[in-house]
Design a protein around this ligand. Structure first.
Ligand code: PLP
Length: 390
C-alpha cells in the first residue's frame, strides 16, 4: 500500500457516495426505493443525437487523436448556439474551451487561476464539486450564504471589504442546484459590476441553462454588460440533451480564462472523442424540439409533485428552474435525520440539505427525475407518515 498525497486526503468527502450507500442498503433488504436523492437525468438522449454519434463512430478520422482544443465544427456550433439562444457573440477560437462535462471545467478552474492560499467565493448551499477544485488548488474558501429571504441570491453587501479585495474567483450557479432559484439579468449586471470593481473572475455554472419554468427562459451571465471582461460561463450538454453519460460540455467567455483552461488541458488530455463532439454539434444545431419536450416533462412532474405535497399539508415552494425541489424539513428534524427517516420509514430517498453546505441545513433536495406515477407514489408514502396538518 502506498500513502496517498495530502491533496487527495484533503479532498472533501463525496457526500453522494454515502447517500448512494444508504439507498443501496435499503434496496438490498428488498425494499422498493423511490430515489429522488440523485441528480442523474432519467430520460434517454434524443435519437437524432445518438444517430449522429453512430455515424461519426464509423468515420476513421474520429479513430485518431482528435485535434487539441476540440474540433472547429464543435467550437463553431457553440458560437452559433450562444448567438441563437442568448444573443451573445462568442469567438469560436479564442472564447471557447471544450470540456469533459461541466464538472471537469469547474474542478480545473481554481487550478488555472489561483495560487495556494488565494481566496474563492463559493455559494452555500452549492454544488459540492466547487469545493473539490478549491481544495486541489489549495485555495481558501469564503462562503456566500444563499437564503430564502434573498431569493437564494448572494448579498454582495455582506462580503467584507477585506474579503472582496482578497477574492480572485467567484462561483455562481443559476438555475440553481440545489435551491431551484433562477437569477435575473439585473442580478447578473450587479454581479458583473461588483466583480469588475474588485478584480474578481466570475465562473457562472449554467448546467441548468435550458430548464426554466412558467415560460421563463433562464438568463445567461454573458448577457450582462461587460460580462466577458469579468468571467466565463460553463455549459454542459448533460441536462439540456440528456447526455450526462457522454461527458461533453464547454466554457465560454473571457479570453484569458479560456486560455488558461486550454493550457492546463493541453497538458492533461488531447481532446474529447471526435465522434462525441460531432454528436454534440447535432445536439446544438439540430432540432430543439427535444429540449422543449424535456422542459415540459419536468414542468409537468413539478406540478404533480409540488401540488401533491401541498395537498397533504407540506408547505413547499415550487422551483423556478433546474429539476430540483428544495423542501423545508418539518420542525424537530435535522436535514440528515429527516432524509434518513423518509428512507427508512417509507423508502423515499432525498438528499439532506446540509450536504450542500451549512446553509442547506433545514432543507432536503428532491430530484424530479422519475415518472409522475412514481412521484405521486412518493407523495402518498409521505402522506402515510401523517407529519402535516391538512
Ligand atoms: N453543475 C451543477 C450545478 C450540476 O448539478 C452538475 C451535475 O449534476 C454539474 C455542474 C456537472 O455536470 P456535468 O459534469 O455532467 O456536465
Amino acid at each position: 500500500t502506498f500513502k496517498k498525497a495530502e491533496r487527495i486526503n484533503s479532498l472533501p468527502q463525496q457526500f453522494f457516495a454515502s447517500l448512494t450507500g444508504k439507498v443501496q442498503e435499503v434496496m438490498k433488504q428488498g425494499h422498493d426505493v423511490i430515489n429522488l436523492g440523485q441528480g442523474n437525468p432519467d430520460q434517454p438522449t434524443p435519437p437524432h443525437i445518438v444517430d449522429a454519434m453512430i455515424k461519426a463512430v464509423n468515420s476513421p478520422d474520429n479513430h485518431k487523436y482528435s485535434p487539441f482544443r476540440g474540433l472547429d465544427s464543435f467550437k463553431e456550433a457553440i458560437s452559433v448556439f450562444y448567438k441563437r439562444e442568448y444573443g451573445v457573440d462568442i469567438d469560436p477560437q479564442e472564447e471557447v474551451a471544450v470540456l469533459f462535462g461541466g464538472k471537469a471545467g469547474l474542478v480545473e478552474l481554481p487550478q488555472c487561476l489561483l495560487n495556494p492560499g488565494e481566496t474563492v467565493l463559493v455559494p452555500d448551499p452549492g454544488y459540492p464539486d466547487y469545493l473539490s477544485g478549491v481544495s486541489l488548488a489549495e485555495a481558501r474558501m469564503v462562503t456566500m450564504p444563499l437564503i430564502e429571504e434573498n431569493q437564494f441570491l448572494p448579498d454582495y453587501g455582506d462580503i467584507t471589504l477585506e474579503e472582496r479585495e482578497k477574492a480572485k474567483l467567484m462561483f455562481l450557479n443559476y438555475p440553481n442546484n440545489p435551491t431551484g432559484a433562477v437569477a435575473s439579468r439585473t442580478f447578473f449586471e450587479e454581479t458583473a459590476a461588483f466583480a469588475k470593481n474588485h478584480g474578481i473572475c466570475v465562473v457562472h455554472d449554467f448546467a441548468y441553462g435550458a430548464i426554466g419554468f412558467d415560460g421563463k427562459k433562464p438568463v445567461s451571465f454573458l448577457e450582462a454588460d461587460g460580462a466577458k471582461d469579468t468571467g466565463i460561463e460553463i455549459y454542459t450538454l448533460s441536462k439540456t440533451y440528456n447526455m450526462a453519460g457522454w461527458r461533453v460540455g464547454f466554457a465560454v467567455g473571457n479570453k484569458s480564462v479560456i486560455d488558461a483552461i486550454n493550457i492546463l488541458q493541453d497538458h492533461m488530455y488531447v481532446s474529447l472523442f471526435g465522434a462525441v463532439q460531432e454528436a454534440a454539434v447535432e445536439a446544438l444545431l439540430g432540432s430543439q424540439n427535444c429540449v422543449e419536450e424535456l422542459v415540459a416533462s419536468y414542468e409537468s412532474r413539478r406540478k404533480t409533485f409540488i401540488n401533491g405535497l401541498r395537498e397533504i399539508g407540506w408547505d413547499v415552494k415550487a422551483p423556478a428552474g433546474s429539476f430540483f425541489a428544495w423542501l423545508k424539513v418539518p420542525e424537530g428534524f435535522s436535514s440528515v435525520e429527516f432524509s434518513d427517516f423518509l428512507l427508512e420509514e417509507v423508502n423515499v430517498a432525498v438528499a439532506p440539505g446540509v450536504g450542500f453546505g451549512e446553509y442547506g441545513e433545514g432543507y432536503v433536495r428532491a430530484g424530479l427525475l422519475t415518472s409522475e406515477e412514481r412521484l405521486s407514489e412518493a407523495v402518498k408514502r409521505i402522506e402515510n407518515l401523517k407529519l402535516f396538518d391538512k
